[in-house]
Design a binder for this molecule. Sequence first.
Ligand SMILES: Nc1nc2c(ncn2[C@@H]2O[C@H](COP(=O)(O)OP(=O)(O)O)[C@@H](O)[C@H]2O)c(=O)[nH]1
Ligand SMILES: [Mg+2]
Length: 320
Amino acid sequence: MPRAGWLQRLTQGLRKTGASMATVFTGTRIDDDLYESLEAALLQADAGVKATQYLLHDLKQRVKEQKATDPAQVKALLAQALSELLQPLQQPLTIGAQQPTVIMVVGVNGAGKTTSIGKLTRHLADSGQTVLLAAADTFRAAAREQLAAWAHRNDAAAALHDARIDIVSQEGADPGAVCFDAVTAGRARGKDVVIVDTAGRLPTQLHLMEELKKIKRVTAKALDSAPHEVLLVVDGNTGQNALAQVKAFDEALGLTGLVVTKLDGTAKGGVLAAIALWGRERKGADGQPRPVPVYFIGVGEKLEDLETFDAREFAQALLG
Ligand SMILES: Nc1nc2c(ncn2[C@@H]2O[C@H](COP(=O)(O)OP(=O)(O)O)[C@@H](O)[C@H]2O)c(=O)[nH]1
Ligand SMILES: [Mg+2]
């Protein structure tokens, strides 16, 4: 899909937010009323209290510095403030430093993990990477079948590069065992990427979170440096709860990236501002801020409906 078409879909998905943002700037004066309705619109957009306060403060400074007098200018300055806040989330997923690069995918039920894996596989196959999928969502037979169906849909793209999408799946097996086999097979077959699909779970289900930690440990037994990426898939419609999910999964597993799905629907989008602000406080081993990047966003249910995250475009779409 051309990038422009995708952007339209995102804007369409975020149109409610965009519409209420737009009305904030229709007045003729920059006054308390404007800032109050902006505050309400940001909260309504799921930005959360902290990110809303941050953006308002930042915006007021910009307005002062620029000596802005027209609400339209304020809107442009808000777009700047927002895209600067979101900028650190814009980082590419890099593949190839390790072979195979092992990507573990986690999240709550229905977030779009398996669908995103299907799309990501397409993205990788298109760039000539060979992919092996691990069906470590072993709770339901349907989950294995769903992953296999996505693999099959990707075969045409892979065939262009003389490759095919392999899948490792075992009925009734322990998810850790499936991962171990998958990573071992990925090494033996010289695959570029191994993607591990896991069963959905809530961060409050502690025994299930322990199981994820175990999957992670077992993966490292099959390949020392693995997993190289731990991706959390979050449904863009979950509002502020998305931030709670990010924090909890990060605490348990150490996330390396996010995929935010369903931004084509009725998502409000502001939660990315909250995730970005939280990311500033998150420190790496070197004490430097290490935000969790948004590698991709999902804008539909089809194979090609995955896009890299672009902070500026996202800010524009959000502001309508
Ligand atoms: N509109 C839309 N639907 C999506 C997107 N990503 C996933 N879905 C749908 O969300 C539902 C759950 O997806 P699934 O991948 O099975 O979730 P999982 O339980 O996390 O593996 C399915 O109906 C998908 O088609 C997206 O970006 N946009
Ligand atoms: Mg699934």
